[in-house]
Write a protein that binds this ligand. Structure first.
Ligand code: HEC
Ligand code: HEC
Ligand code: HEC
Ligand code: HEC
Ligand code: HEC
Length: 204
């Protein structure tokens, strides 16, 4: 069984690495747990008996935000995952799970962004209205026209690019280009990356 295997050489990747991850070693993400298999078996028995709140990770940690943030600590992240655990996001959590990196960035599929649709901004920004709106077609009008595919044409989701926002809607990055980036193409955003990926890994 995979979970009991100790050497990654014998693993098969379930699919190609996502762009950017080609040079990472398996154990930069798949970390062994420190407790022994015996301790974990006991913990899982306790879980089954209702004495523990969570099932213990079995030999390898299940990958979660901590593992990703260890290398991608975007200091100015406009959409930090943790904030979407608040109750007011219950409904959207059921739809797209914005509280977890791997909801939108599923690994081993050879793509940057998965499951997130360009129009998904509408799940949280329907009520947006901006005073003295500087853009050529004001935000509330874009929303009324259901022009949700324009949003990512000016804003990046994490705010991790140092760029002055465009004000002319006609100059927003086009949908095809964004979808290319979701898959494998180069980033269409102008500005340099603010917080670059590190190569420090998460240690529990
Ligand atoms: C950038 C992080 C990352 C790297 C590097 C990585 N993986 Fe994964 N891998 C994941 C994520 C996320 C999952 C989803 C399941 C999970 O959370 O454990 C996964 C799942 C898997 C699974 C399926 C496990 C299961 O329980 O279904 C296998 C097998 C696997 N990876 C093998 C590999 C191998 C082999 C390598 C090295 C060649 C590798 N991975 C490198 C992130 C990574
Ligand atoms: C060991 C460090 C490390 C870990 C762990 C890691 N990454 Fe990465 N990631 C990188 C590096 C390095 C790049 C390439 C960055 C570059 O080219 O500028 C990258 C690239 C990416 C990109 C593409 C960026 C682009 O070029 O558009 C995404 C998306 C991403 N990582 C998400 C994740 C997610 C989600 C996880 C957790 C499952 C994760 N990463 C775990 C180091 C890591
Ligand atoms: C709700 C969907 C969603 C979630 C959840 C999400 N992302 Fe992203 N991510 C995106 C989209 C859309 C982009 C492309 C726009 C951009 O570059 O900001 C992106 C881009 C990126 C990039 C490339 C931008 C850059 O800085 O080079 C990285 C790295 C990344 N995400 C990492 C993460 C990590 C780490 C997490 C969890 C803390 C995460 N993402 C959670 C949707 C998501
Ligand atoms: C899961 C809900 C959710 C989704 C999906 C979402 N956002 Fe947000 N967004 C938020 C929240 C919450 C804030 C923070 C607002 C605040 O601080 O009051 C925010 C903040 C922002 C900000 C920064 C506002 C500021 O004050 O600087 C921008 C820009 C933004 N979102 C654009 C987008 C775009 C574009 C999309 C689609 C790609 C998107 N958002 C998708 C919930 C979401
Ligand atoms: C033509 C480029 C452009 C497009 C398209 C665009 N925005 Fe903006 N957006 C801006 C600019 C410029 C600002 C003002 C930033 C400032 O003054 O701080 C802004 C501000 C915002 C803010 C911050 C509001 C605040 O309170 O400060 C949010 C949230 C936002 N936009 C979301 C969206 C969403 C959602 C869409 C899609 C319906 C969208 N934007 C489409 C350029 C754009």
């Amino acid at each position: 069984m995979l979970l009991l295997q100790t050497d990654f050489e014998r693993w098969n990747q379930p699919g190609p690495f996502n762009p950017g991850h080609e040079d990472l070693a398996c154990n930069e993400c798949h970390l062994k747990t420190k407790s022994s298999v015996r301790q974990q078996l006991q913990a899982n028995v306790q879980y089954l008996l209702g004495q523990r709140k969570t099932e213990a990770d079995f030999y390898y940690h299940k990958i979660d935000n901590k593992h990703c943030i260890a290398c991608h600590n975007m200091d100015k992240n406009l959409h930090s995952s943790y904030r979407f655990n608040e109750p007011r996001f219950n409904e959207v959590r059921e739809k797209i799970h914005p509280e977890q990196c791997v909801s939108c960035h599923k690994e081993h599929i050879g793509q940057r962004i998965s499951q997130f649709k360009i129009s998904d901004c509408k799940l949280c920004h329907k009520e947006l209205k901006i005073k003295n709106d500087p853009i050529s077609v004001p935000h509330d009008e874009l929303i009324e026209r259901k022009d949700w595919q324009t949003c990512l044409g000016c804003h990046d989701y994490h705010g991790n690019h140092d760029m002055v926002l465009e004000q002319t809607v006609g100059r927003a990055i086009k949908q095809e280009q964004l979808l290319g980036y979701f898959s494998k193409a180069e980033s269409p955003y102008r500005g340099p990356i603010i917080t670059k990926a590190r190569s420090t890994r998460y240690e529990k």
